[in-house]
Ligand binder design. Structure first.
Ligand code: PMV
Length: 359
């Protein structure tokens, strides 16, 4: 065991550190952001949780309650994984990185662990993961989990990480999970919380808005393929250059939405969502199931509804006062509804209790 362990604080003989992080939704600007238009994302109050407990085995144990999976890691396994990932990143072999996370869903988390181990030495612990965020639905489930893990491990190793450092390490996990260099929207949103404005050619801006807004998420349960949909839009714009003006319209909507959110004007926000949804339809990325759920929400008096994320299935969001009514309408139309809020707090520490860990 390495001397580094002396860094770690003892609390009644048991070491417990926990953190939770929200998911994210894209509120405005998906697809248009690929062409350097403005996009707005928000932290959504569906959270993931990571809890770290010291153990006296020789291994690190990762338990994932969502997937009902357990993995035991030795020091040499962790250092081999780090070496392999660093090599692939140097070679920019993103295909192999992607394959790695397909073959082993824990690989981004193992890489994050390896970064701590490389800097502070191997200390055995148990990492328990929980999450209410549906996987692979554009809700930032990966980033959220990685941010919780980074924050909890940062505390375990007594590192006093800043938000910026947590965000950067979360991004390291995203690189493996996405097999490439993602936009940085997911890690920024789940770490800082609230609302984020992003344009490819500019730095991500954390908007100074404290408003929480009630939404309902409708999951079609149909998996859209982001790469394919982005490619389809590219083809459409090449063949019909006049459609590029749709992207400018989306940019304007994103800009207007900042004022609507600041003013807490659900009506205005809803109208902008409807408009953005319509434009995404014209870009060909909606889906009959998304149309059905959006229409159901509107008929149940939502202020507005739109697809969110890449489309071709995936999720839609609706802004509504009567969230229950909208959720029921979405379920009736065949979707899975989640009542929640956006604009919520980003990654945060949680008090954890030994009795919960590993349970
Ligand atoms: O599915 P999500 O939430 O990761 O969003 C994809 C957003 C796109 O604009 C379609 C693609 C991108 O890389 O920005």
């Amino acid at each position: 065991m390495k001397e580094k362990q002396v860094f770690i604080k003892k609390e009644a003989g048991v070491l417990m550190f926990g953190a939770s992080a929200p998911g994210k939704v894209i509120l405005f600007g998906e697809h248009a952001v690929v062409y350097d238009k403005l996009g707005i994302a928000a932290a959504v109050d569906i959270r993931s949780v990571a809890e770290v407990t010291e153990n006296n085995h020789r291994r690190i144990t990762v338990k994932d309650k969502r997937l009902d999976m357990i993995q035991q890691l030795t020091e040499s396994e962790i250092s081999r994984l780090k070496q392999r990932v660093d090599e692939l990143r140097k070679e920019e072999d993103y295909e192999s990185l992607k394959q790695m996370s397909k073959d082993d869903i824990f690989s981004p988390i193992k890489y994050i662990i390896s970064l701590f181990v490389a800097e502070h030495g191997f200390v055995p612990f148990e990492l328990l993961l929980r999450s209410d965020i549906p996987i692979a639905s554009g809700l930032g489930s990966g980033s959220s989990l990685f941010a919780s893990v980074v924050s909890a491990l940062g505390d375990f190793y007594q590192m006093n990480l800043t938000k910026k450092e947590i965000s950067d390490m979360t991004y390291q996990g995203d690189i493996i999970a996405h097999g490439g260099t993602p936009s940085g929207i997911d890690n920024s949103t789940v770490v800082y919380g609230g609302y984020i404005a992003f344009r490819k050619s500019e730095q991500i801006k954390i908007l100074d808005i404290k408003q929480k807004i009630p939404i309902v998420i409708g999951d079609t349960g149909i998996g859209g393929n982001t790469g394919e949909l982005v490619g389809n839009v590219r083809k459409l714009l090449q063949q019909n250059p006049e459609k590029k003006k749709l992207l400018d319209e989306i940019d304007n909507i994103s800009q207007d939405s900042i004022i609507a959110i600041k003013n807490n004007s659900l009506k205005e926000l809803g109208a902008l969502m409807n408009k953005n949804h319509e434009l995404l339809g014209q870009l060909g990325v909606s889906h009959s199931a998304l149309e059905k759920l959006c229409n159901a929400a509107l008929q149940a008096d939502a202020f507005g509804a739109k697809m969110s994320g890449a489309g071709g299935g995936g999720i839609m969001i609706a802004v509504a006062d009567d969230q229950k009514k909208v959720a029921e309408a979405i379920e009736k139309a065949g979707g899975k509804a989640i009542i929640t809020n956006i604009g919520v707090e980003g990654v945060k520490k949680i008090k954890t209790d030994k009795n919960q860990v590993g349970g």
